[in-house]
Design a protein around this ligand. Structure first.
Ligand SMILES: NC(=O)c1ccc[n+]([C@@H]2O[C@H](COP(=O)([O-])OP(=O)(O)OC[C@H]3O[C@@H](n4cnc5c(N)ncnc54)[C@H](OP(=O)(O)O)[C@@H]3O)[C@@H](O)[C@H]2O)c1
Length: 316
């Protein structure tokens, strides 16, 4: 047995444009107590990947390997892991933000960050799910407590978070309004959206009223304008910086609630999401797949901000 195994990983040693990503050999990790070593088959990209690549974000100075989402097969388990065995197919979101590193052939991470891969999805589809569906679930269920019949406005409903949020909101029994540019409205209807708003043609804050819950995937001015769409007691859950210090005072004055959240790893939430998939209520859409060696192209595509669904890199 090789005592110094290596793996391919998308390493960057400096921040910058997509060309800073170099797919190179690095040491393969070992699972520590309570961790599993997973052979990654597919890993999706999220906007946080290109933001961190360009400016370091929460991680500061490189070197680092980005990537939080993955689907793969357990290769080995660390001391104390009883839930998984080698050969199990798993999905996971590495602890956000400091557990990054799924854009590689292997990851070693706490077993609690993983759940069984839904049997009806292949690795590419499964890798698309964790970060965006945890975000949507934690926004809609944990923060907003969406109830059947409530009106939910999902911004960027064709995007990674949005297209999953629409399906989760429908599964919760909500009436869903989604924003996207006109050519994406057929896609929105396929997802189950009840009303599609072309945000380029109309001001959503003039068109939409009496909303119980807004999932704000845009931030800044969209957060502020979203307050006006809410009925009294409604809530806007924002997943981006709002950029206005008086935002929360304005929400108070309007009699609505406003929160900003960051996604968090949760096996229980992943299990709820997996059940939705197994029940046929949630399915990710894949915009495009790239081999790991072409991850810079995957970043370039993502950075357009125009993709429908998710971008995935494959390691096989
Ligand atoms: N806080 C957290 O924990 C957390 C978690 C996940 C994501 N995020 C953040 O949430 C944002 C969305 O993430 P994502 O993965 O969904 O991104 P994404 O997949 O890259 O979003 C792309 C989509 O955004 C749509 N879009 C762009 N501008 C829009 C606008 N003004 N109104 C409506 N739709 C618009 C585009 O549709 P058109 O082509 O029709 O414009 C496209 O389909 C990112 O900034 C990400 O960093 C935060």
């Amino acid at each position: 047995m090789n005592s110094n195994p290596t793996m391919r990983a998308a390493l960057q040693t400096t921040v910058g444009d997509p060309d800073v990503l170099q797919v190179v050999d690095v040491p393969r990790p070992e699972p520590r107590p309570n961790e599993i070593l997973v052979r990654v088959h597919a890993a999706s990209l999220n906007p946080t990947d290109w933001k961190h690549r360009a400016n370091g974000g929460f991680l500061g100075e490189p070197p680092f390997v980005l990537g939080w989402d993955l689907s793969g097969v357990v290769e080995a388990v660390g001391v104390g892991v009883a839930r998984f065995r080698p050969g199990d197919e798993v999905i996971g979101m590495l602890s956000y933000p400091f557990g990054h590193g799924s854009h590689a052939e292997y990851v070693a991470a706490p077993a609690r960050d993983f759940a069984r891969k839904p049997a009806s999805l292949d690795h590419v589809q499964a890798a698309a799910l964790p970060l965006v569906s945890l975000t949507a679930w934690q926004a809609l269920v944990e923060n907003a407590d969406v109830q059947p019949g409530q009106r939910v406005l999902v911004h960027a409903a064709a995007g990674g978070v949005g297209h999953v949020a629409v399906q989760i909101a429908k599964a919760l029994g909500a009436y869903v309004i989604g924003t996207a540019s006109g050519p994406k409205h057929d896609f929105l209807r396929e997802l189950g959206v009840d009303e599609a708003i072309d945000y380029r043609e109309v001001d959503f804050s003039e068109e939409v009223r009496d909303v119980d819950v807004v999932l704000d995937t845009i931030g800044r001015d969209t957060s502020t304008r979203s307050l006006r769409t809410l009925r009294s007691g409604g809530i806007v859950v924002s997943i981006l910086p709002i950029g206005r210090p008086d935002f929360y005072e304005e929400a108070d004055a309007l009699g609505v609630r406003a929160v900003r959240m960051l996604v968090d790893s949760s096996r229980a939430d992943l299990a709820s999401i997996t059940r939705l998939v197994d029940d046929g209520r949630l399915r990710p859409t894949i915009a495009e797949t790239f081999p790991l060696e072409q991850i810079a192209d995957a970043h370039r595509l993502g950075e357009t901000g125009r993709t429908t669904g998710k971008i995935v890199v494959t390691m096989d």
